[in-house]
Design a protein around this ligand. Structure first.
Ligand SMILES: Nc1ncnc2c1ncn2[C@@H]1O[C@H](COP(=O)(O)OP(=O)(O)O)[C@@H](O)[C@H]1O
Ligand SMILES: [Mg+2]
Length: 206
């Protein structure tokens, strides 16, 4: 199962002295966020990592904002710090001597330099710390990853159709009276199920 594979990667890093960065790549709506949440909330992961931090990234890749979001996720409290140095210190305090897992969900930034700055500020966790990155972009995965990106595969047409029914029809079932919608629905589902899923997941991420 995909979650098992990712959990194995995270819990058995190739070189524990470096923070492992594991990219999960796939088009929008494929289930990257869902899989990452399953990993993040897995009991073994919870026990293994002393600090777990989830940051929803999307369009913005403002290092300062992201670091503030890291503080907020780690503490559960709003962070009003404004000085970069103070935020940096706070992040250090929170991860210092702790094995952490950071999830950066939906990264689009292709700017090396910004990524390096963020990465440098999370270098002082304990050995075996890891970062899980979800992205639609192969390029982002290559820039950020320390291992080969994990490619999430799409659903089969049958599963797309099931998922479409769940989303599109009341009670998740197609009303018999609306059976003339089947052909249309199937066409939409197999055409580009990810397009409407993408809208949904973007709405979730906001
Ligand atoms: N295996 C699955 N079975 C059913 N629904 C799923 C599955 N994986 C994802 N979904 C649903 O598909 C939508 C898109 O998933 P999401 O994880 O947000 O995709 P991504 O992060 O790749 O854009 C979400 O509404 C999610 O609940
Ligand atoms: Mg997502």
């Amino acid at each position: 199962m995909k979650t098992e594979k990712i959990i194995r990667f995270l819990m058995n890093p190739i070189d524990p002295r470096d923070v492992a960065v594991i990219p999960i790549v796939g088009m929008g709506g494929l289930g990257k966020t869902t899989v990452s949440k399953l990993v993040y909330n897995d009991k073994r992961v919870e026990e293994h990592f002393e600090r777990r931090i989830w940051v929803c990234v999307s369009e913005m890749f403002d290092v300062k904002k992201l670091m503030r979001a890291i503080v907020e996720s780690a503490t559960g409290i709003r962070c009003d710090l404004d000085e970069m140095e103070a935020i940096h210190r706070r992040v250090q305090e929170l991860i210092m001597g702790k094995r952490f897992l950071l999830v950066l969900d939906d990264v689009r930034n292709e700017d090396h330099e910004k990524w390096d700055r963020l990465k440098n500020s999370v270098q002082h966790g304990s050995e075996g710390s890891g970062i899980l990155v979800t992205t639609r972009s192969e390029k982002v995965a290559l820039i950020m990853g320390t291992i080969t990106p994990y490619h999430l595969e799409g659903l089969s047409d049958d599963n797309c159709w099931l998922l479409f029914q769940q989303r599109a029809f009341r009670n998740g079932r197609l009303d018999e009276r609306a059976s003339n919608l089947v052909a249309v629905g199937k066409e939409i589902a197999s055409a580009r199920v990810y397009l409407w899923q993408q809208r949904l997941s973007e709405a979730h991420c906001r």
